[in-house]
Ligand binder design. Structure first.
Ligand code: SKM
Length: 275
């Protein structure tokens, strides 16, 4: 039987996940399809039923449903439970089990380009507190950093992230305005929201007036690859980290969950960059 995979979210027509997973299937000689299940929130339950009826083997979930999908699942992997957000679901032994591969995929993508960032004294700022932020923050606090701050439009929402914090890590919760003012305190700034994604490519979550030259500014948005935020970062002498590598490595981990196969992701990184 052909493998059936897919993506649930809104909007998702821009997604490069179908391309990535079709490359992985080709590499492994697996016959299959990665569908797009674009859905509004009031149709989410119907979409899940459709996925069940079609005999889908596994799917990814993206904005804005990484938390909302959880109530439809039978089981959660320990890390996904802790994070409180799911981006990968597998159908196994008649049960739907949720995982989160965002954080690990993200950290791997940054380590590849900026291995020297991963030390105690690097001051980290996470922008956003949604589903992707939860996975990324959780992965970052497991690294060697001493301080990982979080800024969000509403600080109430950002405080919810603290339940995945590790004891030895310090985290200040800030508004975006406060973060803008003290931006030169950070060496590594991670943009985790969908602000700036197509079609709203002029949007930018914060201004980088006070960014420290030489800091690394990372954006998980990959459509476009060069967001307004990254353009400003570059113009101000910061280093940039683009979103496509995270997409690739979270997909590699998801593919392993679905098929048990270790695919070679490096092989398609350059092609992905050209997409
Ligand atoms: O977590 C990932 C998701 O698995 C796929 C995706 C996409 O295709 O744009 C984005 C991220 O949310």
């Amino acid at each position: 039987m052909a493998l059936q995979l897919g993506l649930v979210g809104y909007p998702i027509q821009h997604s490069l996940s179908p391309w990535i997973h079709h490359q992985f299937m080709k590499q492994e000689g697996i016959d299959g399809t990665y569908h797009l299940f674009e859905t509004t929130e009031d149709q989410l339950e119907n979409t899940f039923e459709q996925i069940r009826d079609r005999g889908v083997d596994g799917f990814n979930i993206t904005v804005p449903y990484k938390q909302k999908i959880m109530k439809f699942l039978d089981e959660l992997d320990e890390d996904a439970q802790r994070i409180g957000a799911v981006n990968t679901v597998v159908h196994q032994n008649g049960k739907w089990k949720g995982y989160n591969t965002d954080g690990q995929g993200y950290v791997h993508s940054v380590k590849r380009s900026y291995p020297n960032l991963f030390k105690e004294e690097t001051k980290v700022l996470v922008l956003g507190a949604g589903g992707a932020a939860r996975g990324i923050y959780r992965a970052l606090v497991q690294e060697s950093f001493e301080k990982v701050d979080v800024a969000n439009r509403t600080t109430e929402k950002a405080k919810e992230l603290l339940d995945v914090k590790k004891d030895h890590i310090q985290t200040d919760i800030l508004t975006y305005q406060a973060a803008e003012q003290q931006l030169n305190a950070y060496d590594f700034i991670v943009q985790t929201t969908s602000v700036g994604m197509k079609p709203n490519t002029n949007d930018q979550v914060i201004s980088l007036d006070h960014v420290k030259p030489g800091a690394v500014v990372s954006d998980i948005v990959y459509q476009p690859l060069m967001t307004e935020l990254l353009l400003e970062a570059k113009a101000r002498g910061a280093n940039i980290h683009q979103g496509h590598a995270m997409l690739l490595y979270q997909a590699q981990l998801a593919f392993k969950i679905w098929t048990g196969k270790d695919v070679d992701a490096e092989k398609i990184l350059e092609q992905l960059e050209m997409k």
